[in-house]
Ligand binder design. Structure first.
Ligand code: NAD
Length: 381
């Protein structure tokens, strides 16, 4: 069978779902590989690099969709891409089926099988396919780099002949995958780093990385906020008040805030309010990784960099992984390759879409003319 990756259509998207290296691995599974001309260019992979890795270059998207049995891409398909899908073909991409119900319906009507990378169950066995985590890791790292780019001072403290420079103080709000990556990057750059999460089980992890967990003056911190499955639940009003009170205390002394707080299936909680921005020093920076879901900061505007009246820079970019397209494509294409490995147990270049497999079943959102989302809960933990 043939697996192919088109050029992404979403404006500004620089990632690609197949790299020359991942193509070599896919060929070891027995597949022939196809890439649309220019698909890897923005991530630093030329057509010639693909050819050298044994990949055939298709001149148009239509030729790619017609030639490939499996289409692997990054962003959810555009309607024009769904139109190119043929019955029995398999599409693998981020899909967000809950938000893209019409798109899912039209993929099903086309008779295509759809594997949503965002629906891979987050169980140990599937970590190698967990593209949400690999992209969140990049976003967390890049958020700190972006903060540094906007911040007019050093992260680390220095004693120089020209004067003593205090270290920057960074607060990371939300310590999931992206938040922990931000904590690690901030600590490695020498900033005094604080982190907060409603899940107190991350406190030890934060402190082992050289950062300080922000404890609240709230007696039920150890129970509140933690939900089943390791994800956060909305906080009680009392807990939220205690959290906001602590943030208000911290705001005047914090130089950089990186917010990553999300609650599955909901808008991002507003945690860094306008009065906290107003209390920060001019030149302070807020990077809001929750911008796509409405933002954790009152002043965030998705995809924009705004400056508050008191000179605080608020960055709401939603494309941090794409801003590191080479790294993101390398990791994402590896996640895809692992998915293909599980779909090809005989390594014979033939897709074996085993719906009895919890991971494959969980990620499959359309199959053989039916919508298969939401999946039943996984049996294996
Ligand atoms: P996420 O992107 O959904 O949320 C980011 C963080 O925001 C979470 O840590 C959450 O607790 C936090 N948050 C929510 N409301 C908050 C508030 N009011 N204040 C402060 N923080 C708040 O999370 P994620 O990065 O996808 O990870 C969520 C969990 O899933 C973590 O426990 C993570 O370790 C786990 N996980 C497991 C696997 C696996 O086993 N394969 C893979 C990835 C993640």
């Amino acid at each position: 069978m043939i697996i192919g990756s088109p050029k992404e259509l979403y404006a500004g998207e620089a990632r690609v779902a197949m790299t020359p290296d991942s193509a070599v691995q896919l060929q070891k599974l027995g597949y022939a590989c196809l890439i649309e001309t220019g698909a890897g260019k923005a991530a630093g992979f030329s057509d010639d690099a693909y050819r050298a890795a044994g990949v055939t270059v298709a001149e148009t998207a239509a030729a790619l969709y017609a030639g490939a049995d499996v289409i692997a891409k990054v962003r959810p398909p555009e309607p024009s891409e769904i139109a190119l899908l043929q019955p029995g073909k398999t599409l693998i991409s981020f899909f967000y089926p809950a938000q893209n119900t019409e798109l899912l319906e039209s993929a099903k009507d086309k008779g295509a099988n759809v594997i949503a990378m965002d629906m891979v169950p987050r169980i140990s066995r599937a970590q190698k396919m967990d593209a949400l985590s690999s992209m969140a890791n990049i976003a967390g790292y890049r958020a700190v780099i972006e903060a540094g780019n906007n911040f007019g001072r050093f992260f680390t403290g220095q004693v120089t002949a020209a004067g003593k420079i205090p270290p920057a103080k960074v607060l990371v709000v939300g310590a999931g995958v992206a938040g922990l990556a931000a904590v690690g990057t901030s600590v490695s750059l020498g900033a005094i780093t604080y982190a907060f999460d409603v899940r107190p089980e991350v406190a030890e992890q934060i402190e082992s990385m050289g950062a300080q967990f922000v404890f609240l003056d709230f007696k039920e911190q150890l129970q509140d906020g933690a939900a089943t499955g390791g994800y956060a639940a909305p906080s009680s009003p009392e807990f939220r008040e205690a959290q906001l009170k602590k943030f208000r205390e911290l705001a005047p002394e914090i130089d950089i805030v990186i917010t990553t707080a999300l609650i599955p299936g909901r808008d991002a909680p507003k945690l860094w309010l306008a009065d906290m921005v107003a209390a920060m020093k001019p030149g302070s920076v807020i990077i809001d990784l929750a911008a796509e879901r409405g933002g954790n900061c009152d002043l965030t505007v998705a995809d924009q960099r705004v400056v508050s009246d008191n000179g605080v820079i608020v960055v709401g970019y939603t494309d941090f992984p794409s801003r590191m397209a080479a790294q993101a494509s390398t990791l994402y294409s590896t996640n895809i390759r692992h998915m293909m490995t599980d779909l090809t147990p005989a390594k014979d270049g033939v897709l074996n879409h085993n719906m009895e497999d919890d991971v494959i079943r969980g990620a499959t959102v359309a199959f053989e003319g039916a919508i298969t989302y939401p999946p039943p809960p996984p049996k294996i933990q």
